[in-house]
Structure formats: structure tokens, C-alpha cells
Design a protein around this ligand. Structure first.
Ligand code: ADP
Length: 390
């Protein structure tokens, strides 16, 4: 399977310039949005129409559904769709994947193409600014190809409108001329599968969303799944990772495979320099403390968001924009990257009046929650790890 990519780091994934100067250097290493991944994400290719690329460490990215850990229900849905499409000798239905960054959306698109024995062309919505960018990609598709568009909620309106007939009737409508003499010419294009990925399914326009035959959400991974992922990566990188070391890294990876693999690399460096290279629980924990990743996987930015919300706003409710201004973080980054995991572990709530820090988070950071917050009924159990027994 050839991988063709025009993926470039999107602007909103860049760190905001207003970052506080006191931010520790280790923080950027933990930011789930920092790309490219050390050797494991797709390298940037030039031009919106794609360039052949060689992934320097693509081995770490699972190549088939069997190697893709977790997401059991989603994998089952896709396995059925693949088998049915192969049986009918048709391309797969268009697929929309949504969920926080680093959970495996790009990987799944590549796997789908591999399983179907076709090519995967990878691009990102901001690279499709002009209608001719998407037209160039569409006319070059071969039958059955997978076209992966990351951040599909950011597609320009004109590009989106070109996609409608392409998705529905495998037709490219081109407008020739201007004004009253303008004519539309239709060109047939190959039957292809569009895989769209987004962190914000709600931001997609309804007509675009309706054209996907399958809409699937990726969920955070549990500790066992993440441990299996880092053990697999360790075997590929020839790192001596013990089961308890893998579990420690997994616990601190915010349910996110990209982060788990990144933390493994940092722990590997630490184990090599300070020890004999073997990673066990104690070494993983010491290394991750050094990189400011706490036992729940919260990093410097998570703790800052919670601390500012507690100290400056009494734990909330506080508006997203106010919080962004107070912390120097980008509001969209808070919403798409930090909040989902904090909500998942029951530390953060979105309410109509603003964001609220839960009693569990107050305690995790060493604060005593005020009685009103402490008395709050929470549907989620306190996810704090049980006290260590000596
Ligand atoms: P997304 O597109 O959702 O941001 P990616 O597909 O780029 O995420 O995944 C990030 C990295 O995490 C991949 O390079 C891969 O190594 C790893 N990864 C993601 N999902 C899985 C999985 N289910 N099993 C094993 N590794 C995974």
C-alpha cells in the first residue's frame, strides 16, 4: 500500500504565542497536539495534491486491524464493512471518525486502505484552501482508494461543495467561465472512500455529515490496552520494558496511544542514562515525575487549568474564553485537547454556566473543596488512585 500525504501541521495545533514563560521545557513534550511525533507520525509532504513519503519509523504504527489495540466495537463494525465491501467488490462506504487527537484516526484510515489492498492519500482540511487542491486530489484517485482528510470540520465551504457530488455520485463538477456564461462540466472520478477525521463532530456542516455512511467515535483507551500498545512499541524499538513498567506508563498516558508511545521514548532515555536500560515500575514512575507527568497522567497544563480555575474562580463556573485568557492557553486547544480527558476522569464538568472543577480534582491538587462543591453529587467515582500500601 502506498501512502501519499499532504498532511502538514495545522495552524491551530501550534502553541499559542502567549504561553507563560515559566512553562517547563518538558511540557511541550507531553502536549498531545505537538506534531510530528518523534518518528511515528507521517512526515510532512509538500503540496496539496500529495507526494510520496517514507515514514521513518512507520513500523510503530499498526499496519492491520489485528495489531490495532482497543476500540473493539469500532473494529468489529469496520471488519464487517471491509468484508462486505470486499465481497461485493466495491469500495468501502465513506467513514467519519471523531475523537480527541492521538487516538488512532489516521492509523485506522491507513489500515482500511491496507486491508482493502488500495492506496491511502492523506491530507488535512487547511491544505485544501483552493477548489483546485481538492479537484487535483480527486481526479488522481484510483478505484477503491482511501482519501483521508484530517480536521475535516475546517474545510472551506467551496471545497466542501465540490466534495458533495464526489462523495455521492463520484463526479467532479467544474465551473468553467464566470458570470452568466459560466457552465458546469462534470467529470467522472474513481469510486473512492472518503475517511474524514475530526476532533469536533459538532462543527461539521449537516450536509457533509449526512454524506458519511458510517460515523464512528473513538474512545479513550484503558490502561490494559495502552500497556499492550507500549509493550508492542517496546518490542519494535528493542527496549526492555517489564509488565509493571508498561502499566505505569499506560496509567500516565491520558488514555491516548500517541502519548503512551511518546512517554515510552522519554522513559527509555531515562532508563538508559540513569540505569541499565530496563524499564520497571519504579524507573517509569521516576522518569515521568521528572517530566512532570503525575500518576493520573495530568501534565503541567492540566494542572495549571485546574489550579487557575480553583484559585482565581473558586472552582467555577468559569467561561472557556475567560479561562483561556487567564491561563494563556488557546480556547480551542483547551476544549479539544485538555477538557475531554479531564471530563473523562471526572475532574471537570461543562455546565451551561461555564466550566466547573469537581471535588475530586480539588483534592488531587491538594486543596480542600468548599462544602458546596464537596457535597456535589457526582455520578462518576473518584478516579484518584488508591493509597499506596507500603
Ligand atoms: P490521530 O489521527 O487520531 O491523531 P494517529 O492515528 O496519528 O492519531 O495515532 C497516533 C499514534 O498512536 C500512531 O502513530 C500509533 O503509533 C499509535 N496508535 C494509535 N492508535 C493505536 C492503536 N489502536 N493501537 C496501537 N497503536 C496506536
Amino acid at each position: 500500500m502506498a501512502i501519499i500525504s499532504s498532511k502538514s501541521p495545522p495552524p491551530d495545533r501550534d502553541r499559542p504565542p502567549s504561553k507563560p514563560a515559566s512553562k517547563p521545557a518538558s511540557e511541550s513534550l507531553l502536549d498531545p497536539l505537538v506534531q510530528p511525533e518523534d518518528g511515528e507520525t507521517l512526515p510532512t509532504a509538500t503540496g496539496a495534491t500529495g507526494t510520496n513519503l517514507q515514514d521513518p519509523d512507520g513500523r510503530i504504527r499498526p499496519q492491520c486491524l489485528a495489531d490495532y489495540a482497543g476500540q473493539r466495537a469500532l473494529k468489529e463494525v469496520l471488519a464487517i464493512a471491509i468484508a462486505a465491501a470486499q465481497h461485493r467488490q466495491e469500495p468501502l462506504d465513506h467513514l467519519l471518525l471523531y475523537g480527541p487527537p492521538g487516538l488512532g484516526k489516521t492509523t485506522l484510515a491507513l489500515i482500511l486502505a491496507a486491508e482493502m489492498g488500495t492506496q491511502c492519500k492523506i491530507t488535512t482540511a487547511p491544505a485544501l484552501e483552493r477548489p483546485r487542491d481538492i479537484a487535483g486530489l480527486l481526479v488522481n484517485l484510483q478505484p477503491g482508494d482511501v482519501l483521508f482528510i484530517d480536521e475535516i470540520h475546517r474545510l472551506p465551504r467551496m471545497t466542501e461543495e465540490i466534495l458533495y457530488p464526489a462523495m455521492e455520485d463520484f463526479r467532479l463538477d467544474i465551473t468553467i467561465g464566470k458570470g452568466q456564461t459560466a457552465r458546469i462540466r462534470s467529470l467522472p472520478i474513481a469510486r473512492f472512500t472518503l475517511v474524514g477525521a475530526t476532533t469536533r463532530a459538532g462543527a461539521l456542516s449537516a450536509p457533509l455529515r449526512d454524506r458519511f455512511g458510517l460515523v464512528q467515535r473513538l474512545r479513550f483507551y484503558d490502561v490494559e490496552e495502552l500497556a499492550a500498545i507500549v509493550l508492542r512499541t517496546a518490542a519494535i524499538l528493542k527496549v526492555d520494558l517489564q509488565a509493571d513498567g508498561a502499566a505505569e506508563i499506560a496509567r500516565r498516558s491520558r488514555g491516548t496511544p500517541r502519548l503512551a508511545n511518546r512517554l515510552l521514548r522519554r522513559v527509555r532515555d531515562y532508563a538508559q542514562v540513569r540505569h541499565d536500560g530496563t524499564i520497571n515500575q519504579a524507573i517509569a514512575a521516576a522518569a515521568l515525575e521528572l517530566f512532570s507527568v503525575d500518576p493520573l497522567g495530568l501534565d503541567w497544563t492540566d494542572r495549571r487549568l485546574l489550579t487557575v480555575a480553583i484559585e482565581a474562580f473558586g472552582g467555577g463556573p468559569v467561561g472557556l474564553e475567560t479561562l483561556a485568557a487567564a491561563t494563556g492557553e488557546d480556547a480551542q486547544t483547551i476544549e479539544e485537547v485538555y477538557e475531554p480527558y479531564l471530563m473523562q476522569i471526572g475532574y471537570w464538568q461543562r455546565t451551561p454556566r461555564g466550566r466547573v472543577v469537581t471535588a475530586a480534582a480539588w483534592r488531587h491538587l491538594g486543596y480542600e473543596p468548599p462544602p458546596a462543591i464537596a457535597a456535589q453529587l457526582t455520578l462518576l467515582p473518584d478516579p484518584s488512585p488508591p493509597p499506596q500500601t507500603p
